[in-house]
Design a protein around this ligand. Structure first.
Ligand SMILES: *[C@@H]1O[C@H](CO)[C@@H](O)[C@H](O)[C@H]1NC(C)=O
Ligand SMILES: *[C@@H]1O[C@H](CO)[C@@H](O)[C@H](O)[C@H]1NC(C)=O
Length: 522
């Protein structure tokens, strides 16, 4: 028996080799760190050695985990200004504009790749990695790590697959029926929306192209010397950025749409949710257990600070909550005076533990994708107050699928919230739909963490998985659109037309010539 288990362990060990993996997740935001930590957890479980570049270091140490701290990156993110709810309500911040995100994120990335701790890592020519997994967020600068370590590159995308990320491994989605990630519209589109989607696709592409000099300089400055140290030459940024082997997407069909995906896009939405959920702190456990009529959990995530919500809106919401039979647990960073008996305020909330509790009946969220995936995982219906980024799209899809309601943040919010809460709690169709989509979310061949592990190893074992590469990557855009053919047809038509005109004038002038001669002769 013992011998048998030893043999089995030996076989398992030989099947899954331990690799050295570099995880690049420097985006200064809690939700991005949650995605990074998901990779750390699964890859350590598989026995790999993980080096993790992060602005939020993990407390639990592990002999095979090395963390590279880039927390000074937070200084670049003026959260109070960028995510100020008042400015969002007053439309002072244009979060629907990808151009702003493209510009700002290349700045964040530039500071991360030039961070002294990161430079120390890449300048050390004894360092070696089997694969680099980097978060893609509006910039491809992190691709340079794969050039330094001469190893394959895997992108991790935090959002539903959209044109910008698919363009890196295949091509953009057809804008006629695929909204861009910041869109507030779902297909079928009106004529105007369809044209607008096309315009945004083209406009974003042009803007990205205009950023190329700026990004080339950033790329070369950060990576040239460390590649030279290893006796190689840094390839051009424009080649490296399209050289990712795979995109692992934090997406799932249950929250997204059945879009056209290339072989090297693998959806692993839900991998960040640990099967073992930490027990709740005693005060929270008591609030949850005591909520006999059910509990509504309200959190606007970690970026938006509740204190930037205008006072009249806070008061209005509290009045609505005070009339409910349910308890309300509000993640909020400040004390509120005259708190109704059924409303509890916590500055920090262990979201998974709360959603997992059977008394949690409703989740009021900004609609970030992590929250939507968690609501599907734990089967809790949502009310979304979309604020920025992909939240509008996520919430609109939840509404379309029938397991969520949307409420907009404006002076009407309290009234709308009251209607939405009552509808979801009283009409069984929301919970019914949620159960259907939750089933879709869970009904998979393999859990997402396993899928993640498999594909990371597959890319390493197959030396960058060139067999998964879309043949479209070799074809220039004008050839894909057959613009060369269109040009040829236009030129041919033009020449034929010219020739025809020429022939007709010659014939006509020949005829009139003959006529003139005839007249003269007569
Ligand atoms: C592209 O990736 C492959 C596989 O990882 C690698 O061999 C090649 O050198 C890379 N090319 C560039 C230009 O980065
Ligand atoms: C609250 O509960 C009481 C007693 O169970 C019930 O009569 C009342 O209609 C409920 N109110 C709401 C708003 O659901």
């Amino acid at each position: 028996m013992i011998l048998k288990s030893i043999v089995i362990i030996l076989i398992l060990n030989s099947l899954c080799e331990a690799y050295k993996i570099l995880l690049v997740f420097p985006v200064p935001g809690r939700s991005h760190a949650i995605l990074g930590e998901g990779y750390v957890r699964h890859l350590l479980n598989d026995g790999h050695e993980v080096t993790y570049i992060t602005p939020i270091t993990m407390k639990n140490s592990h002999p095979k985990l090395r963390q590279i701290d880039v927390s000074t990156n937070f200084e670049l993110m003026p959260t109070d200004i960028l995510f100020n709810i008042k400015s969002i309500i007053n439309n002072e911040l244009n979060y629907k504009d990808s151009k702003f995100l493209l510009y700002a994120n290349s700045d964040f990335a530039n500071s991360a790749i030039n961070h002294p701790n990161v430079q120390r890592l890449i300048q050390d020519s004894s360092e070696h990695f089997d694969v680099v997994i980097a978060e893609w967020l509006y910039t491809e600068l992190y691709a340079g790590f794969s050039s330094v370590f001469n190893c394959p590159l895997i992108w991790s995308s935090s959002m539903e697959p959209d044109s910008m990320v698919l363009d890196l491994i295949d091509e953009a989605l057809n804008p006629a029926y695929n909204p861009h990630i910041l869109s507030d519209k779902l297909p079928p589109f009106s004529f105007f929306d369809r044209v607008n989607e096309l315009w945004i696709l083209v406009d974003t592409k042009i803007f990205k192209w205009r950023l190329r000099h700026r990004e080339n300089i950033m790329f070369n400055t950060a990576f040239e010397s460390s590649v030279a140290k290893r006796g190689r030459k840094l390839p051009p940024f424009n080649e490296v950025r399209y050289n990712g082997s795979l995109v692992l997407g934090n997406s799932h069909i249950a929250s997204g749409a059945a879009v056209h995906l290339p072989y090297n896009y693998v959806p692993i939405g839900g991998y960040h949710i640990n099967e073992i959920i930490d027990p709740l702190p005693t005060n929270l456990q008591k609030i949850m257990d005591d909520a006999k009529n059910g509990l509504i959990y309200f959190s606007m995530g970690s970026m938006l600070k509740s204190r930037s919500i205008p006072m009249e809106i806070k008061r209005g919401l509290l009045t609505v909550f005070s009339k409910l039979n349910q308890s309300v647990l509000w993640k909020f960073e400040e004390e509120l005076p005259d708190l109704p008996k059924n409303v509890h305020i916590v500055p920090w909330a262990p979201q998974l533990g709360i959603l997992a509790h059977p008394n949690c009946k409703l989740f009021i969220t900004h609609g970030g994708l992590l929250s939507i995936l968690e609501s599907l995982h734990f089967a809790v219906p949502v009310i979304g107050i979309p604020m920025y980024g992909d939240q509008h799209l996520n919430i609109n899809r939840a509404v379309e699928k029938g397991f969520g309601k949307r409420v907009d943040l404006n002076s009407e919010i309290a009234t709308q919230m009251d209607i939405a809460i009552k509808e979801i709690l009283n009409e069984p169709r929301f919970v019914q739909k949620l159960k259907e989509y939750s089933l879709i979310f869970h009904d998979r061949l393999n859990p997402p963490g396993k899928v993640l592990s498999y594909w990371v190893s597959h890319v390493i074992r197959t030396k960058g998985a060139p067999h998964l590469r879309s043949p479209g990557m070799l074809v220039p855009w004008y050839q894909k659109l057959y613009l060369d053919l269109a040009f040829l047809i236009l030129v041919t038509l033009y020449i034929s037309f010219k020739v025809l005109i020429k022939v007709i004038t010659v014939i006509l002038s020949f005829r009139s010539g003959i006529n003139r001669i005839k007249k003269k002769l007569l």
